[in-house]
Ligand binder design. Structure first.
Ligand SMILES: *Cc1c(COP(=O)(O)O)cnc(C)c1O
Length: 423
């Protein structure tokens, strides 16, 4: 079924580590080979094998309007004709900055970078510069890109200082990273009682989207906000996924909490490589050349990327998030019923246009509960769905993404495919 992908993958593996430029794409966790994509349009992707599948990955989130949206394509092509990079300011940077600051009231000023990773590492540097403190607290199972300080694995207990989650990260680099379980405000409090005065920032995904999908429990984000206020630490919302996805104003609007700094990526680039970090002007003015905290980028504010982001946000301003949320919630409920009918332990969570299939009955609140999910069941589910034309994220701990281009037919086809799955 996937001859051409197989061939390309064999070549790729001799030239690119693992045959991919980002690890999860390799589909190893689900005992499969990656499909090489030839093209994509709307809710669907077409592989080099000539198979067209309903896409619930959406480039891991950016393509909320669907692939090759005409307005976005037009904007990119138009910008390309005017030159692809200047290394000097352009009008589109001002425009995207205005769209972002208008959308997110807590963001008074914003700096564009080229990826979510750059956004989070820069925001952390700024928080450290502003507070003169070194430590950062992150939640176990949250992902903030691949910069060293965030690659800390869970230690043995709540108050454990971190050990690096990968070779190549010196222990000293993550020694200042404190870890707490997601949704565990008591654990964060305990850490703050002993280290609060040393903590530059708490960084958190306001809806965790990198360990499947874990919504914040009532009071969790509020509690982080007040602890930061109490101890003079900055609260960083990593909205690289949630920004412009859980609502036009992101999670901060949805939960009505103002972080000090916000990191963005994915959707604001409309499918091109963009990240951004922003927040209170008083903090952002500490960034060079206005201030003394250095951060730079040769391609930052790239005119093509800005054009794609602007076009995407403009369409999103007139998109019905509530309607999409209702459709996705209904789809998730039906999917859960279908799978539960097969006698497997399963729950399908959804929030806004994201969903996640967990093969467990455990209540999902943090990484420990997420890890109770049965990976063999997921692998079997993934393979059968892909063979039936449904492209899910190739890992049990990734959220499914829906777009405004997903039709009722797409959801119904997916449910029909799920009905035929056997375990
Ligand atoms: C994807 C993601 C990142 C990293 O963004 P990249 O563009 O892959 O570097 C950071 N934080 C969150 C919450 C993400 O989902």
């Amino acid at each position: 079924m996937y001859e051409a992908s197989h061939k390309l993958f064999e070549q790729a593996r001799t030239l690119i580590p693992g045959g991919v430029n980002s690890p999860v794409r390799a589909c190893r966790n689900v005992d499969s080979i990656p499909l090489f994509i030839a093209s994509a349009a709307g809710s669907k992707i077409t592989s080099v094998d000539g198979r067209t599948l309903i896409d619930f990955v959406l480039s891991w989130g950016p393509m909320i309007l669907g692939h090759a949206h005409p307005e976005v394509t037009r904007a990119i092509c138009g910008a390309a004709a005017e030159g692809s990079s200047y290394g000097a300011p352009c009008e589109a940077e001002v425009e995207l900055a205005r769209l972002v600051t208008d959308a997110l009231p807590s963001v008074e000023m914003v700096r564009m970078v080229n990826s979510g990773t750059e956004a989070t590492m820069s925001a952390l540097r700024l928080a450290r510069g502003v507070t003169g403190r070194a430590r950062v607290l992150k939640c176990i199972g949250c992902y903030h890109g691949h910069a060293d300080p965030f690659l800390a694995a869970a230690g043995s207990g709540v108050a454990t200082l971190s050990i690096p989650g990968t070779p190549g990260v010196p222990p000293a680099t993550v020694a200042d990273t404190l870890l707490a379980p997601y949704n565990d405000l008591a654990a964060v409090k305990t850490l703050f009682e002993s280290h609060g005065q040393e903590v530059a920032a708490i960084i958190v995904e306001p809806v965790a989207g990198n360990m499947g999908l874990v919504p914040p429990q009532p009071g969790f984000l509020e509690g982080l906000r007040s602890l930061c206020d109490q101890y003079g630490s900055l609260l960083i919302f990593d909205e690289v996924i949630t920004g412009f996805r859980v609502g036009y104003g992101g999670a901060q609007q949805r939960f009505n909490i103002a972080p000090d700094l916000t990191t963005l990526g994915k959707i604001i680039g409309g499918g091109l490589p963009v990240g951004a970090y922003g927040g209170k002007a008083a903090y952002m003015q500490r960034i060079a050349p206005e201030g003394d905290v250095y951060q730079a980028g040769t391609l930052s504010g790239n005119p093509l990327a800005m054009a794609a982001g602007i076009a995407t946000l403009r369409v999103l301003q007139h998109s019905d998030y509530a309607a999409l949320e209702t459709r996705v919630a209904g789809f998730a409920r039906e999917l859960e019923q279908i799978l539960a009918g097969k006698g497997v332990p399963v729950q399908v969570l959804s929030l806004a246009s994201m969903f996640c299939v967990f093969f467990t009955r455990e209540t999902i609140v943090d990484f420990a509960s997420v890890k109770t999910a049965d990976l063999a069941l997921f692998t079997s589910f993934y393979k059968q769905m892909r063979d039936a034309g449904v492209y899910l994220a190739p890992a049990a701990f990734e959220a499914g993404m829906c777009s405004f281009a997903h039709s009722d037919d797409d959801f119904n086809h997916t449910l029909d495919a799920a009905k035929k799955v056997t375990f």
